[in-house]
Design a protein around this ligand. Structure first.
Ligand code: 5IU
Length: 276
């Protein structure tokens, strides 16, 4: 895979989607391939954690629908933090309905995700129409989409031909689909060796990353940044509880320390990969 050895900044030219370009540029500028997943249910915890980890991340991943005291001022504050600390925003919405419905879920409702989230994701399970629906809203706004080609959980059904079909769907929609949530590089998957189409640079963002635990009690499985970035060729490590722990980041210094630790580990694995 030729892109394995390219730097993040060299890879900007491989992409036409503005969200993909911005993410690669942010990674290079901040020397961080770390995305923090902020899975907490209170606005104050959410903003406190992001204020601490902001300097160390390229991307903040959200689940806005778990925040109990959500109101739209939270989105305004999140946008301000993304400018202040120079990171992109990824609402992990995992859209999975018919095109017309996902277009409404993406643009409207309480959260109006397309208005603030640079990147979002979708399950390939409905087929290409999920991309048609989401791109009708996101493409004019310069947004990018990731397809869920694999999952980190025990017993995941997203394997084999399902994963290959996800890659085919992405290949046919390169203007909007910028890459995958997956556990390894997907370039050329399902194509003959040496096929010209195999020269495709998809971004791979990978959850299920932890340095101190192998998993949780609900089927999550963790690998290290080294396994993910160096051995499996992924581009961004997504870390949640490994950074803010079991107490929703009550100890700011501990959160800062873990963010710095994961940033350093992810970057070291990347530098080893490109051979610098
Ligand atoms: N997430 C996964 N695995 C996946 C997908 C998404 O863990 O395959 I797709 C999400 C779930 C959670 C975050 O928001 O990534 C991981 O959080 P922890 O690092 O706390 O396990």
């Amino acid at each position: 895979a030729p892109f394995l050895k390219q730097t993040y900044s060299q890879r900007v030219a491989n992409h036409s989607n503005p969200a993909a370009k911005a993410l690669l540029e942010t990674i290079e500028r901040k020397r961080s391939n770390l995305c923090v997943s902020v899975d907490v249910t209170k606005k104050a915890d959410f903003l406190r954690i992001i204020e601490i980890v902001g300097p160390y991340v390229c991307l903040v991943k959200t689940h806005v629908d778990i925040i109990e005291d959500f109101d739209f001022s939270l989105v305004e504050q999140l946008k301000e933090l993304s400018v202040k600390h120079d990171f992109q925003i990824f609402e992990d919405r995992k859209f999975a309905d018919i095109g017309n419905t996902v277009a409404l879920q993406y643009s409207s409702g309480v959260y109006k995700i397309a208005s603030w989230s640079h990147i979002t994701n979708a399950h390939p399970v409905p087929g290409p129409s999920v991309i048609t629906g989401l791109s009708s809203v996101g493409l004019p706004l310069g947004r990018g989409l990731l397809l869920l080609a694999e999952m980190s959980t025990k017993g995941s059904l997203a394997t084999g031909s399902y994963t290959e079909e996800a890659v085919r769907m992405a290949r046919a929609n390169r203007d909007f689909v910028v890459g995958f949530i997956a556990q390894r590089r997907m370039d050329g998957l399902g194509l003959a060796e040496g096929s010209s189409e195999a020269n495709e640079d998809f971004l791979v963002l990978t959850p299920g990353v932890g340095l101190d635990a192998k998993g949780d009690s609900m089927g999550q499985q963790y690998r290290t940044p080294r396994e993910v970035v160096l051995e499996s060729g992924c581009d961004v490590i997504i870390v949640g509880r490994g950074i803010y722990g079991k107490d929703n980041g009550a100890n700011p210094e501990a959160v800062r320390e873990q963010a710095e630790r994961y940033r350093a580990e992810g970057w070291k694995a990347y530098q080893e990969r490109i051979g610098s």
